[in-house]
Design a protein around this ligand. Structure first.
Ligand SMILES: C[S@@+](CC[C@H](N)C(=O)[O-])C[C@H]1O[C@@H](n2cnc3c(N)ncnc32)[C@H](O)[C@@H]1O
Length: 225
């Protein structure tokens, strides 16, 4: 059986089972191979923009005896993929690339998105919120000393609010994550102040992010009382 890293296991758990699934930017192909080994979905696909990573995914599938259970697509995002898919997994990429992939595809608006961005989370969250997506479930996971957020997003009412979903779920890693984020933002703001950028649009954006983080920290403190 294929053993997933904590990060990829969290992604796979959020994806769950049932219907069709595609893993976009699959690289090694561990997630679709895991789905195929367990027979979790009736249709499983894997795509990548690079021929080498896609070959690596095919090799993983062959090693685990599931090559014939997975469709492989060489594709920039979902452009050359035979969709729709009920569940679209995009993990381990920057938030900006994820926005490009999702916004370029019309049928993805009816899919469940399982997203695990490596960076640029505020931009991705903003795009999801503005485009009618909501955050159904979210998890934080620690892997190799790093903290990652992974979530399930679908079209729906209420807007996209990752922090609120993590707070409602009382995620056990939220306190640690917010403390790290606060440090990062304070260091970035200090650097901007030293560089004479206090009051710039970027500075104000970081201040707003810090305010949201501080509100989250105050909420977490309430649970602990
Ligand atoms: C860091 S790897 C992540 C692999 C895997 N999803 C994971 O989370 O471990 C990123 C992969 O995304 C692929 N990729 C980057 N941009 C892409 C795009 N626009 N469409 C499809 N794949 C893309 C890269 O070729 C690479 O294989």
């Amino acid at each position: 059986m294929i053993k997933l890293s904590p990060r990829l296991r969290t992604v796979a758990e959020l994806a769950g089972a049932g219907g069709s699934v595609i893993d976009v930017g699959t690289d090694h192909g561990y997630v679709p191979v895991y789905f195929a080994k367990l027979g979790l979905f009736s249709r499983i696909a894997a795509s990548d923009i690079g021929a080498l990573p896609l070959q690596s995914a095919k090799n993983s599938a062959r090693e685990h005896g599931v090559e014939d259970k997975i469709e492989f697509y060489l594709s920039d995002g979902l452009k050359s993929v035979a969709g729709p898919f009920d569940t679209v997994v995009v993990a381990g990429m920057g938030g900006e690339t994820m926005v490009d992939i999702i916004s370029d595809c019309s049928w993805v608006k009816t899919s469940r998105l399982i997203l695990q961005p490596q960076s640029k989370l505020p931009g991705l969250s903003g795009w999801l919120d503005e485009n009618g997506f909501t955050c159904r479930r979210a998890r934080l996971v620690e892997d190799g000393g790093k903290l990652y957020a992974a979530f399930c997003s679908e079209r729906g009412e209420g807007g996209f609010d990752l922090m609120d979903t993590l707070l409602k779920g009382r995620d056990p890693l939220l306190e640690k994550c917010l403390a790290r984020e606060k440090n990062r933002l304070l260091r970035a703001l200090e650097g901007m102040e030293k560089g004479g950028k206090r009051g710039s649009a970027e500075y104000d954006k970081l201040r707003r992010e810090l305010e949201a983080v501080n509100m989250g920290i105050a909420e977490v403190e309430k649970w602990q009382k």
